[in-house]
Design a protein around this ligand. Structure first.
Ligand code: HEC
Ligand code: HEC
Length: 224
């Protein structure tokens, strides 16, 4: 896996270096980390841990415009932690995330929390990919009638309910999630069955409209 990651990151010497050192740490005692001062250790550790995430989600946590990889920068730490734990347990399925949330990559709860806090502090510089802009009124209507009650009108994160911000997310990612969840695709479901039931009532035009509408709302502000 270390080899695969290095190949993935061959264009970024920093990521390769961090990754290489993390691979060493993963397979040998982290003597140097233990010797580092208490204040330095988490900074170096967090950088090494986040290098894995950055390889896919980008250094700003901005994700990938085509919808394969969501933007995660500035999502609340508690929401990121919750999702990492769900991937780790296999409750939420995605082979890549299940791999990178495993105990080889994130040793314990403390490392999960550290990387989640780092993600929460990222300001996205990658703009969200949008739709074609033709169905924004429909998207706004569907949002306010079916979704805003739980997610809030502004589609920001609702940390107390474990809800990630959808505002400023890449439209193709949201559209994909809505489609996969409503199909009940094996491995795809992220959410409860009742959520899937809402999604089933959405037509393809509704899904595209919602995704476009949400992608244009301001993304979450990083937490300090
Ligand atoms: C190999 C690529 C890859 C790596 C490395 C990776 N991710 Fe992901 N991540 C994904 C993909 C793909 C998804 C979307 C999965 C899905 O479709 O449900 C995702 C989803 C997520 C989500 C859920 C977002 C949401 O809105 O529901 C969080 C949180 C997340 N990743 C955090 C991280 C963190 C933190 C790391 C580093 C420890 C990391 N990821 C490493 C590819 C990756
Ligand atoms: C009854 C409350 C409720 C309603 C209504 C609701 N949601 Fe959600 N939604 C949630 C909760 C809670 C989560 C986080 C749960 C989780 O990740 O397991 C969530 C998560 C999501 C996610 C996953 C984000 C991600 O990638 O992690 C999407 C997309 C979403 N909702 C879209 C919608 C849309 C669109 C509607 C309206 C059609 C809607 N929701 C209606 C409660 C609700």
């Amino acid at each position: 896996m270390c080899r695969m990651i290095n190949a993935l990151n061959r264009n970024s010497w920093l990521a390769v270096l961090t990754m290489a050192s993390q691979c060493v740490v993963a397979h040998a005692a982290p003597a140097s980390a233990a010797q580092a001062s208490a204040s330095q250790a988490p900074v170096a550790e967090v950088r090494a841990l986040f290098a894995n995430c950055a390889a896919c989600h980008g250094p700003d946590g901005g994700g990938v415009a085509d919808g394969t990889i969501p933007a995660i920068g500035a999502q609340p730490a508690s929401v990121v932690t919750q999702q990492l734990l769900r991937f780790r347990s296999g409750e939420r399925k995605d082979l890549r995330m299940q791999h990178f949330a495993d105990a080889e990559h994130l040793a314990d709860r403390q490392q999960i929390d550290l990387v989640a806090q780092h993600v929460a502090g990222l300001r996205r510089s990658t703009p969200a990919a949008r739709g074609d802009g033709t169905q924004l009124a429909l998207g706004a209507r569907r949002w306010s009638e079916g979704c805003a009650g739980c997610h809030g009108a502004s589609a920001g994160a609702v940390a107390t309910r474990g809800i990630a911000a959808l505002a400023g997310q890449h439209a193709p990612y949201i559209a994909r999630k809505l489609r996969e969840e409503s199909n009940g695709m094996p491995g795809a479901p992220t959410l409860s069955q009742s959520h899937a039931a809402f999604f089933k009532r959405l037509t393809p035009v509704d899904r595209a409209a919602l995704a476009d509408y949400l992608s244009r709302l301001p993304p979450p502000e990083p937490s300090p």
